[in-house]
Write a protein that binds this ligand. Structure first.
Ligand code: EPU
Length: 598
């Protein structure tokens, strides 16, 4: 078969998500079998593009058009297999509807999955998302999943312990992100028609009402009735089900901090130390029932859901979600996190600082640049914020980070990528404290840099640190690309004088600072980039930094669509003069500069 027929370009994804929010994919391909998938894998579209697998699209929000290839499994079929010892397996194709599998299991006389009735979505996604409802999670019943491993190019059978299920979470969303394609899932069912999971509130009374132990079919009926009463009916009102996760917080924090704010906040026990708070309750009691931005609305019957009331844009939903998160945070002191997967291949870059180590103006200097009134001549120490794939990544934490974060209203950082350990690139790490109150901050850097940080910030790494110091989770960066929450980051080794340091490529954007030399062998990592930020100190040569002229030569060689110069000192002309002398596709970066790489 001709694989070209399998791949469609500039594909309209709108009908492929239950949210019904318009978005397009650069490429889209559907496969009905492993053989078709293997054919797809041999195409350049598959190999040269970012990959996204979707099921029924019931849990996705495309924030922008998807710049990659979307794969949709159409591997269908359900087979039942009963062993002599009465163990029952239901094996379903990843592209099969989960609710069809549940209905068929009940028809066959097997119970277990009935509490998950009427959840929109495909079988493949049920393990990725570990879907759950009314006291049962997919992970409780999964026996195994047959997956294609893109790393080893083999079909593997993963067991529950490999899939590491958590609350709406699994290995597929974390360390295995982008690595596996689910082909088939095998569920372990009970060889009986009797329902077994009746602990969840509204199901508890069912036996009493019926006068007998409910059958799986009766639980299914009840669950469908509850869902229809509370949740928007797929096909009638567009939504992605629960928009937020129910936050899990430390019991001490719940008692001391949250109940102080409102003694009525309900909770469910998770374990000895933690409780789960119903986010729907928090949203409702923050006064947001029915709150609307554009055409996106907090669903009045169940505030955990955001609906598209007709013609909503992704921006409406993102703005509403931010509003909900901020309002709930302000009122109850807890940050909600989306359950819906935000898909965003756009790369939005904000230059937080563009100055050299002393910044501009330099203390005590009266030169033309230091006394210039032009805001483009005021430079804090160099750093950028990169927003992509639903994450905020900070490259370097300069001593001016606090000022920069307040200026740009930064409220969330997911990880920090460090280029090297000179003070002007790491001096602001302690100021990340308010952003890592609830979790450790992930820091990525070369091993020698991590060593420097452990020494300099020793108080953060003590066994029993002073309460309130920032917590850091350190990750080593080597020469090879690595995945950060499934996003490929390519470290680029460069020399800063004699010191080996790194720049980073994220998608078609690259950030290199403090470079004086780059080996030819590293240049391939910059192939095909759209936008480059590169350091250029001044016109005069410097032993550890590119001069303007060297940076321009480097830009010519890399040949990006556009480039910005950063890490600039005052020993230059004012920005407006320098800019007028630069090639058309090159400008000086300035503090607050923003651009998007698609
Ligand atoms: N509540 C409110 N106001 C609201 C919504 C909820 O006060 O607007 C309170 C009520 O006190 C209620 C409690 O929150 O008793 C819990 O509500 P509910 O039982 O409806 O469950 P949920 O926590 O809102 C979770 C899942 C649902 C699942 C139900 C039932 C998450 C993120 N959501 O919702 O899953 O169907 O439990 O098990 O865990 C989905 O994932 O898309 C989904 C719908």
């Amino acid at each position: 078969m001709d694989t070209n027929n399998l791949i469609i370009s500039n594909f309209d994804l709108t009908p492929y998500t239950t949210f019904g929010i318009p978005a397009r994919a650069r490429y889209f391909a559907e496969y009905k079998s492993l053989r078709e998938l293997e054919r797809l894998m041999r195409t350049p579209e598959f190999n040269d593009n970012e990959l996204l697998q979707i099921g029924a699209g019931s849990n996705l929000l495309f924030v922008h058009d998807f710049n990659g290839i979307v794969l949709h499994s159409a591997i269908r079929g359900v087979t039942f297999y009963r062993k002599n010892d009465d163990t029952v397996y239901a094996i379903a194709g990843a592209g099969e509807e989960m609710d069809y599998l549940i209905a068929r299991s009940i028809e066959e006389g097997y119970s277990g999955l009935e509490n998950l009735s009427h959840i929109p979505g495909d079988v493949g996604a049920s393990v990725v998302q570990n879907v759950g409802a009314y006291g049962v999670e997919a992970g409780d019943l999964v026996h195994s999943a047959e997956c294609y491993d893109l790393l080893t190019h083999k079909v593997v059978t993963l067991r529950p312990e490999d899939m590491r299920f958590g609350y709406r979470d699994s290995m597929f969303k974390n360390e295995g992100k982008g690595r596996y394609i689910v082909l088939r899932v095998s569920y372990l069912l009970n060889p009986t028609t009797e329902a077994r999971n009746l602990d969840y509130g509204p199901l508890k009374s069912l036996a009493e009402r019926l006068g007998h132990t409910p059958a799986a079919a009766e639980v299914r009926e009840e669950v469908i009735a509850i869902r229809k009463a509370k949740l928007p009916e797929p096909g009638e009102i567009s939504s992605a089900g629960s928009f937020f996760k129910n936050p899990i917080v430390n019991r001490h924090y719940y008692k001391e901090e949250m109940l102080r704010r409102d003694p009525e906040i309900p909770c469910y026990e998770v374990d000895e130390n933690r409780v789960k708070i119903p986010a729907g309750w928090l949203i409702e009691h923050a006064g947001l029932k029915g709150y609307t931005i554009g055409k996106a609305q907090v669903y009045p019957k169940q505030c955990l859901v955001i609906t598209n009331t007709g013609g909503a844009t992704a921006e409406d939903v993102v703005r509403l979600s931010e509003h909900v998160r901020r309002t709930v945070m302000k009122k109850f002191g807890v940050m909600l996190h989306p359950e819906v997967n935000f898909i965003d291949t756009d790369i939005e870059v904000t230059v937080l600082g563009s100055g050299t180590s002393k910044g501009i103006p330099e203390i005590g200097c009266d030169c033309d640049v230091c006394t210039s009134e032009d805001p483009h001549d005021k430079r804090t120490r160099s750093s950028v914020l990169v927003r992509t794939h639903g994450m905020n990544l900070l490259i370097d934490a300069s001593p001016d980070f606090r000022t920069q974060a307040l200026r740009e209203d930064i409220r969330d950082i997911d990880a920090v990528l460090i280029t090297h350990s000179h003070y002007d690139h790491v001096g602001g790490l302690d100021d990340l404290r308010p952003l890592c109150a609830f979790r450790k901050m992930d820091i990525y850097a070369r091993p020698d840099v991590l060593g420097d940080l452990r020494r300099r910030l020793d108080y953060c790494f003590k066994e029993d640190p002073y309460p309130g110091v920032p917590g850091f989770e350190l990750h080593e960066v080597g020469d090879r690309p690595f995945l950060l929450n499934g996003l490929k980051i390519t470290p680029i080794s460069v020399s800063h004088g004699k010191l080996p340091i790194v720049g980073y490529r994220i998608g078609d954007f690259a950030y290199i600072t403090d470079c004086s030399h780059i080996e030819f062998s590293e240049m391939w990592k910059l192939e095909g980039i759209d936008t480059l930020i590169i350091n250029a100190l001044r016109h005069r040569p410097h032993f550890a930094h590119f001069s303007f002229e060297q940076a321009l030569d480097f830009i010519k060689e890399v040949n990006p669509r556009q480039a910005y110069l950063t890490h600039i000192c005052h020993d230059t002309e004012p920005a407006s003069v320098e800019d007028s002398m630069l090639p058309d596709n090159v400008r000086l970066a300035y503090d607050g500069l923003k651009f998007t790489v698609k």
